[in-house]
Design a protein around this ligand. Structure first.
Ligand SMILES: [Zn+2]
Length: 256
């Protein structure tokens, strides 16, 4: 089991040393490939953040899954209450993360225009990896992107977030109920939602909402059993959680 890693440590040490700090042989072994492809200078010096950013920085610098979940919940409470602080949205922050990124979490969510993760969690630049597809439907490319967030930047929390009245799920349910075939690549979306549709079929209550929640649970299950992510979860270095966003209240329920 590795020791918790302070945010300041993660930000200031070379990438290969980060692997040593975390005791992560997998991270260390694969870092050069990712570094070459996507993060040419992640070990560069980091400039001090603005006073606003500092005020919003974690009080306890340990980036455990629990700590990150608390930060996201706190941001969502600000969104619900209309008291946004817009952390990490300054020029200083932009310049700080230009040299390298160490996001808090990966969020895999729907493309819906009403559910932007950075806003509903009141976070800013460099805080979140965000992967978005219709009804957060998963495939190999998505799974690879999610793996990247954990493997490369060691984001300790992975949030799978569906939402109330999801249009893509509604479309899939209507299509499957009618026995129709969706046109073009919408068929791929419907096919990807078929397991959730089948899981929710016949349950009491609203069929669309049941399917939305089933899709969240199934996607969490898929990611928890991902070949690359599973060891991180087992060792407590990363956690996959489901979340349901209410369009009406703005609240994110992590109890899905
Ligand atoms: Zn949606």
């Amino acid at each position: 089991m590795s020791e918790p890693v302070a945010r300041s440590q993660v930000s200031e040490v070379p990438r290969t040393r980060r692997g040593v700090l975390l005791g992560g042989a997998t991270v260390l072994a694969s870092a050069p490939l990712w570094t070459t492809l996507l993060a040419p200078d992640a070990a560069a010096a980091v400039r001090p953040a603005s006073p606003l950013d500092a005020a919003d920085a974690p009080v306890t610098p340990e980036l455990t899954p629990e700590r990150v979940l608390h930060l996201l919940q706190a941001g969502n409470q600000r969104w619900i209450a209309g008291r946004l602080r817009h952390p990490h949205q300054t020029v200083a922050r932009r310049e700080q993360v230009a040299a390298g990124q160490h996001p808090l979490a990966t969020v895999f969510s729907c493309i819906d225009s009403r559910v932007p993760p950075e806003i509903v969690f009141d976070r800013g630049v460099g805080d979140l990896f965000v992967v978005r597809t219709a009804a957060q439907t998963n495939d190999g490319l998505v799974q690879g992107a999610v793996e990247y967030g954990v493997e490369e930047s060691l984001t300790p929390l992975l949030v799978v977030m569906g939402h109330q009245r999801c249009g893509a799920v509604t479309f899939a349910v209507e299509t499957l109920n009618a026995g129709r075939e969706a046109p073009a690549h919408l068929k791929d979306v419907v096919d990807a939602l078929r397991p959730a549709y089948e899981a929710a079929k016949g349950l009491p209550g609203d069929q669309v909402d049941n399917t939305i929640r089933a899709q969240i649970r199934l996607t969490v299950f898929q990611l928890q059993h991902d070949e690359l992510l599973e060891p991180y979860e087992r060792e407590g270095r990363a956690q996959v959680v489901g979340a349901y966003y209410s369009l009406d209240s703005g609240a994110v329920d992590f109890c899905v």
